[in-house]
Design a protein around this ligand. Structure first.
Ligand SMILES: *Cc1c(COP(=O)(O)O)cnc(C)c1O
Length: 466
């Protein structure tokens, strides 16, 4: 991959100033290749995304010995007490785990909008209906910009703020997006007064998603291509170090996103569920959740691992196809249009990282077709949720794995909901109006138009609730 073979810029490395000491600097973290053959370390404020030798993505590596200087019980107490705090960095689900996420950031450079600390919805009635012990939905979309992307973006933008404060020259931060990354980048950059550029596939994202970067003042570029095309352009643009890359191939994002798994286990009082199911597109999230849980296990906060499921839309399923051949041959393809637009990705950037994670978690890749995802989404709403189509993919995968008896009646399951349904009202409206091609809307509910007449209203109530 010649694109990625940027050798470390010596001059840039020399410009990096020695760190100011702060109380948390005794914990250290650095970039290191996710390929174990290359142990070289790079500071987190260096502009580098891939191992210069192997071309593999870097990952943030923590000094686990330092983290182990506190016992698991001490860490649990610390995290629990911080969870109660109302202001400051600890009011964030990400920064309340700062030592594990990005210890290098000075508090004054943290750009937070209260991300994380999202509800873990217990779908008790649904669990009973499908005969599993417990079903929880982790509502990551109940967040400032309406998706889990806030979790990674707070880390990345805070680092950029710190780099600029220390004199590094960054003209703008740029991302390719299926909608939610651009919303998160724009909001955090606006909060920090950092220029943001977003590259979007024209006509392939929802109106609610498109208006977010526009409102936040980002340079919003709607391009005549798909997400994979935007991603290729971003990789070319960010060869210039003045333009900083904000996609999840920048592993700072992964550090924020890994708190999803840590936080849901904290909410379960440190009990590990049997399954965690997450929809996958560019595959940063599945890698992130895996990384966080492995670190928790290394320090002793948990003593076993759940099984991980990555759920893909059948129309954009390169990981599913690779799973079918035991990951012997990695498949990249052109993603076809799907209702789950945020995961319409054919060449996932974090494919190898995700596969490494799945292998360690006895993982499964499942897929859902358009009818399955749309109906799972609507069924979830009947249980009190308001679900995005990507979460519909994960929920459909859950239902299929129950049916195949992979998930057993004794199992406890967490499904990660990645975005808020309010960002996808076009799709949901068309579902209920039976205007989605090829989909049989089994849970459609239509408004009844009546004259303002008490008898007519009474009759409508009586008809519905006989
Ligand atoms: C980005 C996104 C995904 C995919 O996450 P990856 O980490 O790229 O696999 C899933 N759902 C929603 C709503 C998203 O915005």
């Amino acid at each position: 991959m010649p694109d990625f073979d940027r050798l470390i810029d010596k001059k840039m490395a020399e410009q990096i100033q020695p760190k100011k000491t702060t109380s948390t600097n005794k914990f250290s973290a650095w970039y290191q290749s996710s390929d174990e053959n290359h142990p070289e370390r790079y500071p987190l404020d260096q502009i580098i995304y891939r191992c210069p030798h192997s071309g593999e993505l870097l990952q943030v590596t923590h000094d686990m010995e330092l983290l182990r200087r506190k016992t698991a019980e001490q860490w649990k107490e610390i995290f629990t007490s911080r969870f109660m705090q109302a202001t400051g960095p600890n009011a964030s689900g990400v920064w309340s785990k700062k030592e594990w996420v990005c210890p290098e950031i000075d508090d004054e450079n943290i750009v937070t909008i209260g991300e994380g600390r999202t509800p873990l919805f217990e779908a008790g009635r649904w669990a009973k209906q499908v005969n599993v012990t417990k079903l929880w939905i982790k509502l990551c979309g109940n967040s400032h910009t309406g998706s889990f992307k806030d979790l990674g973006m707070t880390v990345l933008v805070s680092m950029v703020k710190q780099m600029i404060a220390r004199g590094q020259k960054i003209k703008a931060v740029v991302c390719a997006s299926t909608g939610d990354t651009s919303a998160a980048l724009s909001a955090y950059c606006a909060a920090a007064n950092i220029p943001a550029v977003v590259l979007l596939p024209k006509g392939k994202i929802s109106t609610a998603q498109l208006i977010q970067p526009i409102a936040n003042g980002a340079l919003t570029l709607a391009l005549d291509t798909d997400f994979d095309g935007c991603m290729r352009l971003v990789q070319q643009l960010t060869k210039s170090k003045e333009i900083y890359l904000a996609n999840s191939m920048n592993s700072l994002r992964i550090e924020g996103q890994k708190t999803v798994g840590m936080e849901l286990i904290q909410q379960l009082n440190w009990q590990v569920p049997d399954w965690i199911i997450v929809p996958g597109g560019n595959l940063g999230n599945v890698s992130a959740i895996g990384k966080g849980l492995l670190e928790m296990k290394a320090v002793g906060l948990i003593d076993r691992l759940p099984r991980l499921v990555c759920a893909q839309a059948q129309k954009a399923n390169p990981l599913y196809e690779s799973f079918q051949n035991n990951f012997k041959k990695l498949v990249a393809k052109t993603a076809e249009p799907t209702l789950a637009t945020a995961i319409q990705i054919g060449a996932p950037v974090s494919m190898k990282k995700a596969i490494r994670a799945l292998k360690k978690f006895d993982g499964i890749v499942e897929q859902a077709d358009e009818d399955e995802l749309a109906n799972a989404c609507a069924l979830a709403d009947r249980h009190g949720l308001f679900t995005c189509p990507q979460t519909g993919v994960a929920l459909a995968a859950f239902l299929k794995l129950v049916q195949k008896n992979e998930i057993k009646s004794t199992d406890k399951v967490v499904v990660v909901s990645t975005a808020h349904g309010l960002k996808f009202t076009d799709m949901k409206t068309r579902y209920h109006e039976n205007r989605l091609k090829g989909i049989n809307p089994r849970f459609a509910n239509q408004p009844v138009e009546l004259s303002a007449d008490v008898e007519a209203v009474q009759q409508a109530i009586d008809e519905r609730f006989k």
